[in-house]
Write a protein that binds this ligand. Structure first.
Ligand code: PBG
Ligand code: ZN
Length: 325
């Protein structure tokens, strides 16, 4: 039988498949998230995120001692606290666990550890919203002022990179100006440029104790029916001084990642979020999927779509088990 084209020729064995593979995972582009809380001696596994812990500052420093040996050298910190008020004061005061942890980690590990930190108010406001609520409404510009203050405090603590995840208008520009005016010229802004209102954040909100008491986040996070709007947010964040632009969540938003890759010269990041992680964990625990294969498939898909940086809770498992080799 004469066939001019036989695509299966290139799938015949592993060595040919490796030769012709188009996409490679880049472990060096991955960032592991950590949750830091008040108190001491705390190292509690998070129910909704199997294998991920809530650590007090002292415990996080010990944990990092081990994790850096595994090869985790880029992290994103999220704060967890019971201290909440109208203005999210605990988000930037001296007792803030992320600020304390940043200082200790940078003191101990210096340039060997890239520390980034979430910049948002939802873990610190009494409403659980990402902005400040004044007279029953989320006040955009007041929120931006608090976020900018938080970013400066993080930079002062030695943070390499701030990640504003609040989706208030104009926050990238305001944070950039605040950093410049305090001479923090090297602080990288990783902008959550296209952050969608998503059900996939469920386990995170339990982990960070940051679920909104009333209402939802649809008044500031993007509507998942919208594609072009992501490019508008991308443009604004670029103009306002973002260094890296991010799409979040990742797996249901591969089209948005591809749009970003085609429309910016900046590095494109994607956040493989908590619900995406736990879905894999639960399927694997139930014996319904092979965890390693599913993790590599998901992260390769995010890379193939155009993200060169991935925030993922899976990084530790990948390195521990050598799944990437
Ligand atoms: C806070 C924030 C959230 C996530 C990252 N930063 C939750 C939210 O917006 O409700 C989600 C991360 C995840 O689900 O892994 N703004
Ligand atoms: Zn938030």
């Amino acid at each position: 039988m004469e066939r001019l084209n036989r695509p299966r020729r290139l799938r015949r064995n592993q060595i040919i498949r490796d030769l012709t593979a188009q996409t490679q995972l880049n472990i060096g582009g991955m960032i592991q998230p950590y949750f830091v809380t008040d108190g001491a001696g705390i190292h509690d596994e998070i129910k909704g995120l199997p294998g991920i812990y809530r650590d007090s500052v002292d415990s996080l420093v010990k944990t990092m001692d081990e994790d850096i040996k595994l090869g985790i050298d880029k992290i994103m910190l999220f704060g967890v606290t019971d201290r909440k008020d109208v203005l999210a004061t605990s988000g930037w005061d001296d007792k803030n666990p992320v600020i304390k942890a940043t200082k200790e980690l940078k003191n101990k590990f210096g340039e060997a550890l890239f520390v980034s930190a979430d910049v948002c108010l939802c873990a610190y406001t009494d409403t659980g919203h990402c902005g400040v609520t004044l007279e029953g409404k989320i006040d955009n510009d007041k929120s931006v002022a608090v976020l900018s203050k938080m970013a400066v405090k993080l930079a002062e603590a030695g943070c390499d990179c701030v990640g504003p995840s609040d989706m208030m208008d104009g926050r990238i520009g305001s944070i950039r100006k605040a950093l410049e005016s305090e001479n923090y010229y090297d602080t990288i802004i990783l902008a959550y440029s296209a952050k969608y209102a998503s059900a996939y954040y469920g386990p995170f909100r339990e982990a960070a104790n940051s679920a909104p008491g009333k209402g939802d986040r649809k008044g500031y996070q993007m509507d998942f029916r919208n594609r072009r709007e992501a490019l508008r947010e991308l443009q604004l964040d670029e103009d306002e001084g973002a260094d890296i632009v991010m799409v979040k969540p990742a797996l249901a938003y591969l089209d948005i990642i591809a749009d970003f890759a085609a429309n910016t010269e900046l590095p494109v990041a994607a956040y493989n979020v908590s619900g995406e992680y736990t879905a894999v964990k639960l399927l694997a625990q139930a014996g319904l999927a092979d965890e390693k294969t599913m993790v590599l498939e998901n992260l390769t898909a995010i890379t193939r779509a155009g993200a060169s940086i991935i925030l993922t809770y899976h990084l530790k498992d990948i390195l521990k088990n050598g799944w990437h080799n």
